[in-house]
Design a protein around this ligand. Sequence first.
Ligand SMILES: [Zn+2]
Length: 221
Amino acid sequence: MHSHQNGSRSVARPSHLLKTFPRFVAAVPKFELADQMDDGESSPIAHFEHTGSKNSAGVGVSCRQSHQELAYSTATANQLAKKRAIMYRVTRQIDFCYGHRLLNYDGKCKHLHGHNGRAIISIEAESLDSRGMVMDFSDIKSVVSRWIDENLDHRMILSREDPAIPFLQQLGEPVFLIEENPTAENIAKLIYDFAVGRDYPVVRVDLWETRSCYASYSRLG
Ligand SMILES: [Zn+2]
């Protein structure tokens, strides 16, 4: 018989639960039996409390749950665990020089000038390829680095609205035109969008405009 003590009490693990849910019980360091009957009759209802590490993504379950419910709980726990999965990440930095000027801006960058920029490309994957890599560094170089070399390096990156464009083009100066103001943020996005367009699993691009300032554009989650 179960004795009542403030409606619940801690007991040792019953062997029938270990048989029914061996995997779950093994992952649960603590549970308690609670008598929730109002008529004074004993009616043990087990409430498992998961107090282990979050990696095991355990969920509380009562012994009233059916096997289907338990299966659902386990599937949900697995999904949660997957969301928390550790990812592999590689980065490659690409140095290049670019010129720009900012419109509607009252500071040094409103005049045509240049930067020794550095783009840092970060790529992630849940698993590695047969070589044990997220991606070969030389693959990043051959595609992203080449595109930067051919399109941004030693060019003026300017807004399409910039009135200086006709003069620069008349002088034969190389320009790369974008819809937005050519801030570090928008140049980071430009490189990110190019990499995504090539199906690279890019998660973030940092664009260092100077040795002390950078902007980044990244995927959330
Ligand atoms: Zn600048």
